[in-house]
Design a protein around this ligand. Structure first.
Ligand code: ADP
Ligand code: MG
Length: 882
C-alpha cells in the first residue's frame, strides 16, 4: 500500500513509530539496517594520482622530457639530480595542497546538513546522514527536508519543490490521506528530500532515505561540482600567463644568442632555457594562492566563521560596510521579560535567563493574583504562552528553550505566574495558526476553550494595535479610544527607549471555521505589552570601535522598532542617523546610506534594497541574515553571512560564511583574517617575483655582455624549486601585521601590485646588478668558482628578501621579525642545505665548488645589503604615508 493513501491516524503505526519518535537505540538499529541517508558519492581519487597533478604544468613536462633525453644520451647524473630537485619541490607542493584540501574537507563537515527529529519524545538535532525510516521530522520555516516523509501534522505547511519538480510556486501540504494512484508532484501529504519549507510548520514521518528517496532515484551519481575560481586565483593565472609570454620571449632570445654566439650543445642550451622558464614563470603561484586562501579559511573556522565559499576569504578583506542584524548578532538573544504593561498598571519581573523563577512586582509589592486589576496581566501572560511555538524544557537541571528566543522569553514570563503552555493547552487546545512572518510582524493562534473559540495574537505593538478595536481595562472590555491608543503608543516608546523589545498581546472570540487567515485578525481586544531585555554582547562595543578605525561602516538593519534599535545602537557606540522602514519607500536609499547607522522596522525586501543601494554606491558589502527571506540579500551581497544558530538551512546555503556563534564580533575578526591573508599573498608575490625577475635579467645581461651563463639549469632549478618554495609558503601564513585593522579597506578595483611595483623593480635591479658584479669580477678566477659565488649570493639575498617581504612598506625595525616560526625554520633549513653543498664533496652534484669560510663573506655581504637596500627603499617611498 502506498504511504500517501494511509489515513493520518495510522501513519505512525504504519511506519512502526510513534508521535514521540523512535528511541535512540531503535534509530541506531535501523541505521544499520537501512544505511546512511545520503546519495552515493563518486569514488575518491587515489593519493598518488593527486600527486601526479603536480606535474601537469606543461613547462615541468617539457623539462622532464628534455631530461629524459639527456639521460638517454649519457648525462645520467645530471638528469638524476634535476629529477631529485623536481620531486623534492613536488612533494613540498603536494603536502601543502593536500593540507589545504583536507582543511576544506573538514570545513565541509562542519556545514554538513542537519535535521530536527523527535527521538525519545524530545526534539534533537542530528546529522542528516543518520536519519532513518520511522524518524519523526520536526519541520519549520526555512528547513531543508533531508528524507522523504509522510506529513503527520501540518500548520500552513508550504514547501518549495523546485529542486525536484522544477515548479517554483510553493505547494501546500497537509496530513490528509489521498486516494488511488497519485503522481509524485501531486502527493500533497508527502514532503520530499531536497525540498525546503517556505512557511508554516509540522511533523512528518520518514519512510525513505538515501538512494530510496525520489531525489536519490533521479540523482545520477551526484557529480562533485567543480569549485569556481576566486577572482584572485583568476588574477594569478593571468599574471602567470602574462609573465610566461614575456619570459618565454626573453628566454628564447637569450638561448638563441647563447647558441649562436657561443655555440654549445643544443640539448644543454634547451634544458637551460626550459629551466630558466620554469624558474621565471611562477607556475606554482595559483596553487600557493589557493593554499593560502584555504588555510585562511581553516583559520577563520577556528574563530567561528565557517567559510563555505573560498572567494569569501578574499572578499572579506575588502569589505567596507557590514550590514548587521540586531537581535542575536549585536545582542545576546537571551531575552528576558522585565516589564509588563496593561492599562491597569505596570509590572516588573524579577529573575534572569530562562529559569521560570522570579516574582512579579507592582509598586515593589508582589502582585495580588486574586485582585480584579491583575486580570489583564494574567491574560497578557497567557496569550504570550499560548500564541507561541517555542518550548521551555528542563534538561539536566538547566532550563532551556527550543525555538525563537523572543517566544522563549514569553514562555518564561508566563511560567513565573505559574502558566505552562502544555498545561494551558490541555483546556485550550490549539486549532489553527496564522503564522508569523517578518513582513507581518505578528502571529495568531486559534484555541478552543470548551465550546468557545479564541483568537490570540501577539506581535509588534503598532501592528497589533492597528488591528484592535477594544481594550481590556481592569478585566472589562472597553472601546479603544484615540486617547488610550496614544497612551499605549507613548508607553511603547518609553519601553523601547530603554532598549526593551516590546511585544503586544490581544485577543478576540471567533466563530468556528474550517480555516482561519489574516482577515480574522481584526476587531481585537488589546490586552497589554511585554517588554524584554536583550543585552548587547559585551565584545560588540570593541568590535564596533575596531571597525571605525578600520574604515568599515557598520549599519544595523533590524526588524525591531526604531526606539529599541536606537537605544541598542547607543549602548554599543554606533553613531549615525536612524531611519525607519516606513521612510524607505519615499526616499532614495542611495542618498542617505552614507550617513545611516540604523535601519529599523525593515522588511527583508527592504534589506535587499539597502544592500543593492550600497553596492550601487561602490561599497563592498557584508550582510547578515537568519530568516528564509534574507536569502536574496545574502546572495546579492559581496559576502553573505548566515547565522549558524538561529539561521535556517536555506539561509545558511545562501551565505558565503556561516557564523557558528551568531556573533557580530566574529565577522570583524574574519575581516581581519581576510585582510591578513590578502597581505600575505602580496608578500610572497613580492618575494617570488623579485627573485624571478633578477634571474632572467642576470642571464640577459651576461649574454649581452658576451659572458658565459652565470647560472646553469641545475642552479636555476635549485633556487626556484628547492629554495623559494618553503619561505614563500611560510610567508603565506605570516601573522597579520598589528596595524592591519587600522588601515582603510582596500578598493575592490585595486591591483594586487598596488604600492608594490616600485620596490619590486628596485629590488630586482639591486639583485641583478650586485650578482652581475660578483660574477664579472670573480670570473677571471675560474668559471665554476664564479658560478658558485653567484648561486650562494643569490640564495642569501633571497633569504634576506624573505625578511624584507614581511612588510612591504614598513621598516623591519618597526615589526617583530621573529613572529613567524615557519619562516625562521625555512630560512635555517635553506642555509644549512646550501652550506652543506658548498662545504662538502657533494658540491659536485650541484656543479659548484667548495667554498672556504672567507669565500662566504661576499655572499653574506650581498644578503645583508639586500636588507639595507630595501630599508632605504621603504624609507624613501613610504616615509610620507606611514
Ligand atoms: P527582529 O527579530 O530583528 O526584530 P523580525 O523581522 O524577526 O526582526 O521581527 C519583526 C518584529 O516582529 C519584531 O520586532 C517583533 O515586534 C515581532 N516579532 C518577532 N518575533 C515574533 C513572534 N515570534 N511572534 C510575533 N511577533 C514577533
Ligand atoms: Mg527575529
Amino acid at each position: 500500500m502506498e504511504i500517501y493513501t494511509i489515513e493520518k491516524e495510522k501513519v505512525y503505526a504504519a511506519l512502526k513509530t510513534a508521535p514521540d519518535g523512535l528511541s535512540q537505540s531503535e534509530a541506531e538499529n535501523r541505521l544499520l539496517k537501512y544505511g546512511l541517508n545520503k546519495i552515493a558519492e563518486e569514488k575518491k581519487i587515489p593519493l598518488f594520482l593527486l600527486f601526479l597533478e603536480q606535474f601537469k604544468s606543461p613547462l615541468i613536462l617539457l623539462l622532464l622530457f628534455a631530461i629524459a633525453i639527456s639521460a638517454f644520451v649519457g648525462e645520467v647524473v645530471d638528469a638524476v639530480i634535476i629529477g631529485v630537485i623536481i620531486v623534492y619541490a613536488s612533494v613540498l607542493g603536494f603536502v601543502q595542497e593536500y593540507r589545504a584540501e583536507k582543511a576544506m574537507e573538514e570545513l565541509k563537515k562542519l556545514s554538513a546538513p542537519k535535521a530536527k527529529v523527535i527521538r525519545d519524545g524530545s526534539i534533537v538535532v542530528v546529522d542528516a546522514e543518520k536519519i532513518v525510516p520511522g524518524d519523526v521530522l520536526f519541520l519549520e520555516e526555512g528547513d531543508r527536508i533531508v528524507a522523504d516523509a509522510r506529513v503527520a501534522e501540518g500548520f500552513e505547511l508550504r514547501i518549495d519543490e523546485a529542486s525536484l519538480t522544477g515548479e517554483s510556486t510553493p505547494v501546500q501540504k497537509n496530513s490528509d490521506a489521498l486516494k488511488g494512484k497519485v503522481p509524485v508532484a501531486e502527493r500533497t501529504n508527502i514532503v520530499f528530500s531536497g525540498t525546503t519549507v517556505v512557511a508554516g510548520h509540522g511533523k512528518a514521518v520518514v519512510y525513505a532515505t538515501g538512494m530510496e528517496t525520489e531525489f536519490g532515484k533521479v540523482a545520477r551519481m551526484l557529480q562533485e561540482e567543480e569549485r569556481p575560481k576566486t577572482p584572485l586565483e583568476i588574477k594569478m593565472h593571468e599574471i602567470g600567463n602574462l609573465l610566461g609570454i614575456v619570459v618565454l620571449a626573453i628566454v628564447s632570445i637569450v638561448a638563441g644568442l647563447e647558441f649562436l654566439t657561443r655555440g654549445g650543445d643544443p640539448l644543454t642550451v634547451f634544458i637551460w632555457a626550459v629551466a630558466l622558464a620554469v624558474a621565471a614563470v611562477p607556475v606554482t603561484l595559483p596553487a600557493v594562492v589557493t593554499t593560502s586562501l584555504a588555510l585562511g579559511m581553516y583559520k577563520m573556522s577556528k574563530k567561528n566563521a565557517i567559510v563555505r565559499k573560498l572567494d569569501a576569504v578574499e572578499a572579506l578583506g575588502s569589505v567596507n560596510v557590514i550590514c548587521t542584524d540586531k537581535t542575536g548578532t549585536i545582542t545576546k538573544n537571551e531575552m528576558t521579560v522585565k516589564e509588563i504593561f496593561v492599562l491597569s498598571g505596570e509590572y516588573f519581573l524579577e529573575g534572569v535567563g530562562y529559569k521560570p523563577e522570579g516574582k512579579i512586582l507592582q509598586n515593589n509589592r508582589v502582585v495580588d493574583s486574586s485582585s480584579e486589576s491583575a486580570r489583564p496581566l494574567y491574560l497578557a501572560l497567557k496569550i504570550g504562552a499560548l500564541c507561541n511555538n517555542a518550548f521551555l524544557i528542563k534538561e539536566k537541571n538547566e532550563w532551556k528553550i527550543h525555538g525563537d528566543p523572543t517566544e522563549g522569553a514569553l514562555l518564561v514570563s508566563a511560567a513565573k505566574a505559574g502558566f505552562f503552555k502544555e498545561e494551558l493547552e490541555k483546556s485550550e487546545e490549539r486549532i489553527s495558526e496564522i503564522p508569523f512572518s517578518s513582513e507581518r510582524k505578528m502571529m495568531s493562534t486559534i484555541n478552543k476553550n470548551g465550546k468557545k473559540y479564541f483568537l490570540y495574537s501577539k506581535g509588534s505593538p503598532e501592528t497589533v494595535l492597528s488591528k484592535c478595536r477594544y481594550v481590556l481595562v481592569d478585566g472589562k472590555k472597553k472601546p479603544l479610544t484615540k486617547k488610550i491608543k496614544e497612551e499605549i503608543l507613548k508607553q511603547n516608546k518609553k519601553m523601547a527607549s530603554s532598549a526593551l523589545r516590546v511585544l503586544a498581546m490581544a485577543y478576540r472570540e471567533v466563530g468556528k471555521k474550517q480555516k482561519y487567515d489574516e482577515k480574522d485578525e481584526k476587531d481585537l481586544v488589546f490586552v497589554g505589552m511585554q517588554g524584554m531585555i536583550d543585552p548587547p554582547r559585551p565584545e560588540v562595543k570593541d568590535a564596533i570601535a575596531v571597525c571605525k578605525e578600520a574604515g568599515i561602516k557598520v549599519i544595523m538593519v533590524t526588524g525591531d522598532q526604531k526606539g529599541t534599535a536606537e537605544a541598542v545602537a547607543r549602548q554599543i557606540g554606533l553613531e549615525g542617523k536612524v531611519y525607519d522602514g516606513k521612510e524607505l519607500d519615499e526616499i532614495k536609499i542611495e542618498d542617505i546610506v552614507d550617513e545611516a547607522a540604523v535601519f529599523a522596522r525593515v522588511s527583508p525586501e527592504q534589506k535587499l534594497r539597502i544592500v543593492k543601494a550600497l553596492k550601487a554606491k561602490g561599497y563592498v558589502v557584508a550582510v547578515t541574515g537568519d530568516g528564509i527571506n534574507d536569502a536574496p540579500a545574502l546572495k546579492t551581497a559581496d559576502v553573505g553571512v548566515a547565522m549558524g544558530i538561529t539561521g535556517t538551512d536555506v539561509t545558511k546555503e545562501a551565505g558565503a560564511i556561516v557564523l557558528a556563534d551568531d556573533n557580530f564580533a566574529t565577522i570583524v575578526s574574519a575581516v581581519e583574517e581576510g585582510r591578513g591573508i590578502y597581505e600575505n599573498i602580496r608578500k610572497f608575490l613580492f618575494f617570488l617575483l623579485s627573485c624571478n625577475v633578477a634571474e632572467v635579467a642576470l642571464a640577459f645581461l651576461a649574454v649581452v655582455f658576451g659572458l658565459p651563463l652565470p647560472l646553469l639549469a641545475i642552479h636555476l632549478l635549485y633556487i626556484n624549486l628547492a629554495t623559494d618554495g618553503l619561505p614563500a609558503m611560510a610567508l603565506g601564513v605570516e601573522p597579520s601585521e598589528k596595524d592591519i585593522m587600522k588601515r582603510k579597506p582596500r578598493m575592490k578595483s585595486e591591483s594586487i601590485f598596488h604600492r608594490m611595483k616600485v620596490p619590486l623593480l628596485l629590488f630586482s635591479l639591486y639583485l641583478t646588478l650586485s650578482l652581475f658584479a660578483i660574477f664579472s669580477f670573480s670570473l677571471p678566477y675560474g668559471l665554476e668558482n664564479a658560478r658558485t659565488l653567484v648561486l650562494v649570493a643569490m640564495i642569501f639575498a633571497e633569504l634576506a628578501n624573505a625578511f624584507n617581504a614581511k612588510s612591504i612598506e614598513k621598516s623591519l625595525f618597526k615589526i617583530n621579525i621573529f613572529n613567524n616560526k615557519w619562516l625562521i625554520l625555512a630560512i635555517i633549513w635553506e642555509i644549512l642545505l646550501i652550506l652543506f653543498f658548498v662545504s662538502t664533496e657533494f658540491s659536485a652534484f650541484l656543479k659548484i665548488v667548495p667554498l672556504s669560510a672567507a669565500d662566504l663573506v661576499l655572499p653574506v655581504f650581498v644578503g645583508v645589503c639586500a636588507i639595507a637596500f630595501m630599508e632605504i627603499t621603504k624609507f624613501f617611498i613610504f616615509r610620507s604615508s606611514s
